[in-house]
Design a protein around this ligand. Structure first.
Ligand SMILES: Nc1ncnc2c1ncn2[C@@H]1O[C@H](COP(=O)(O)OP(=O)(O)OP(=O)(O)O)[C@@H](O)[C@H]1O
Ligand SMILES: [Mg+2]
Length: 226
């Protein structure tokens, strides 16, 4: 079945920063259609390329994650030119919501997430946007989504950025759970990557955070000068 037109989709169920998501039926299954939308502020040619690239990249990275043994939605259909991916609908809640509603349960999911990210990194895959909204939780297991910024040949620094983004999303939304959620994540991560590798990545995370703070300070100083 090919996608003839996107007109019949109706109102999106979710409007993200760069995509609309629709819950649809695909060959009799509940599915999610992710449509990357044009951005007026980008040059049309650049915009088309960017949507094409992120769509293809996301589909490729999801397949690589599944092949590595990490839970991610099955891919049903991809049309990079239209900026469309149709994927399995994961009946789950986000890790963000779990922390909000039952923080006691969130810890075990953080450990599972650490294992999953450890497996990805071990295969050279970085996620690129590892926030608690991009992790879905169900029956003690986690599913990763939103791979548009993933890299299949990631450097250790890119892998450290994953951990940094996870940490930052916790700090900005659930500051009171940062410590337990990071510790549980690291337990899982260490169990897969080993003590030495985890230590190396955490040193880079530390560096990235110092740089960020430095930049923040300079920016503040700059504003004050004006
Ligand atoms: N396969 C899926 N199954 C169930 N829900 C999904 C699935 N994919 C996405 N979602 C839901 O839709 C939301 C947005 O999806 P996604 O993060 O891929 O898009 P996005 O445009 O990058 O959004 P944002 O800019 O908010 O990160 C997710 O946070 C999740 O709640
Ligand atoms: Mg997202």
């Amino acid at each position: 079945m090919a996608l003839k037109g996107l007109e019949g989709l109706g109102r999106p169920h979710y409007r993200g920063a760069e995509a609309y998501l629709y819950v649809i039926e695909w060959l009799g299954r509940k599915a999610v259609l992710k449509l990357r939308i044009p951005k007026r502020y980008r040059h049309p040619i650049l915009d088309k390329r960017l949507r094409w690239r992120r769509t293809a990249n996301e589909a490729r990275a999801i397949l690589a994650a599944i092949r590595a043994g990490v839970n991610a939605p099955a891919i049903y259909y991809v049309d990079p030119v239209a900026g469309v991916i149709v994927m399995e609908y994961i009946e789950a809640v986000s890790l963000y919501e779990v922390i909000e509603k039952e923080p006691e349960a969130a810890e075990q999911y953080a450990r599972r997430l650490g294992e999953a990210v450890g497996i990805l990194h071990g295969k050279g895959i970085s996620h690129g946007d590892l926030t608690t909204s991009n992790v879905l939780a169900r029956d003690g297991d986690v599913y990763l989504i939103d791979f548009g910024l993933a890299s299949l040949k990631s450097s250790e620094r890119e892998q450290a950025v994953d951990v940094h983004l996870y940490l930052r999303s916790l700090e900005s939304t659930h500051p009171e759970h940062v410590d337990t959620m990071l510790e549980a994540f690291l337990e899982g991560y260490r169990s897969v990557r080993g003590e030495a590798m985890a230590e190396k990545v955490m040193r880079l995370v530390h560096e990235i955070r110092l740089m960020g703070r430095y930049r923040e300070e300079r920016r503040t100083a700059w504003y004050q000068e004006e």
